[in-house]
Design a protein around this ligand. Structure first.
Ligand code: NCD
Length: 306
């Protein structure tokens, strides 16, 4: 039985297979419409979510399966003090697969160790968000046609943004990847990523503060929101929250074929005037999230569709 805690749980070859399956699902949805009939997905979300939870549920419904779950810690027995280990043992009796989001780093991993069904980490604190990374990889591969030879600008809250952490881990396995890390000094990527992931693997990267300075060299601009819920104090959040606002003027500095990605939700960091720019890919990205989660559910449940 396989769980998904980090994007590195899949080899590059396995990822390639999964992304190819997601492409086939996109183009032949009917072929998969009954693939998970009789199977149930539990979504156990101890932290807020729109896209991740609903795209998981849409994915299972598109496969002909059913869904059950809870969308906040308050509406589960966590509010009575139940541990995730106990909760997952019980959920294992009710469902065939579980997607879990938790504010504490490592909680889905603890759950997976006591689970008799596959557990998917749907975001654990400021740590990892592997299914967003699968979504991002599918988006990049579909829109840019490759996952290698790319200069990727990661912009915003690189300290607490778990989507960025997972994406860096995943992308360094492809040849000729270069990062431009665009953040205020206080929100730089954690040193464990800079030193143990980037430097250790000789991945070229540059850290800059001004988005304008990076714009012209990027193939992909990955914007992120400042993660308010992970700040210790509200004043720091207020000071940081509008540090970057991508607008039409800044877009005019970018390559014609650059794409703008964002895991969403956006707050102020991308002005709505950018939405009509053909390079804005963030709503398409949300759609790719359904296809890739369908592929993931099929893969973890070992369902083969011929
Ligand atoms: C992200 C998350 O939850 O980390 N959202 C998502 O799943 N698409 C990004 C965010 O909340 O900023």
């Amino acid at each position: 039985m396989q769980h998904l805690m980090s994007p590195l749980d899949f080899s590059v070859e396995e990822l390639d297979k999964l992304l190819t399956l997601a492409n086939d699902i996109e183009h032949n949805p009917q072929k998969y419409a009954h693939a998970c009939e009789g199977k149930k997905l539990a979504t156990c979300f101890y932290e807020a979510s729109t896209r991740t939870r609903l795209s998981f549920e849409a994915a299972m419904l598109n496969l002909g399966g059913s869904v059950l779950g809870f969308s906040s810690a308050d509406s589960s027995s966590a509010s009575k003090g139940e541990s995730v280990s106990d909760t997952i043992r019980v959920i294992s009796c009710y469902a065939d697969i579980c997607a879990m989001r938790h504010p504490k780093e490592g909680a889905p991993l603890v759950a997976s160790q006591r689970s008799s069904i596959p557990v998917i980490n749907a975001g654990d604190g400021g740590h990892q968000h592997p299914t967003q990374t699968l979504t991002d990889l599918l988006t990049i591969r579909s829109l840019k046609g490759r996952l290698d030879n790319l200069t990727i600008g990661l912009c915003g809250d690189l300290k607490f943004g778990r989507t960025v952490h997972s994406l860096i881990h995943a992308l360094i396995r492809y040849p000729h990847i270069r990062f431009v890390l665009i953040s205020p000094e206080e929100l730089r990527v954690p040193s464990y990523i800079r030193e143990d992931v980037l430097e250790k693997n000789y991945i070229p990267f540059q850290e800059v503060e001004r988005l304008e300075d990076a714009m012209s060299e990027l193939d992909i601009l990955y914007m992120t929101r400042v993660q308010r819920e992970r700040f210790f104090n509200e004043d720091d959040y207020v000071r940081m929250k509008d540090f970057y606002i991508l607008n039409r003027k800044k877009m005019s500095l970018a390559k014609e074929d650059m794409i703008v990605m964002h895991p969403l939700p956006r707050v102020n960091e991308i002005s709505v005037e950018v939405d009509d720019d053909p390079r804005a890919a963030y709503f398409k990205q949300a759609q790719y999230g359904v296809y890739v989660r369908m592929a993931l559910i099929l893969t973890l449940l070992e369902v083969n569709v011929c």
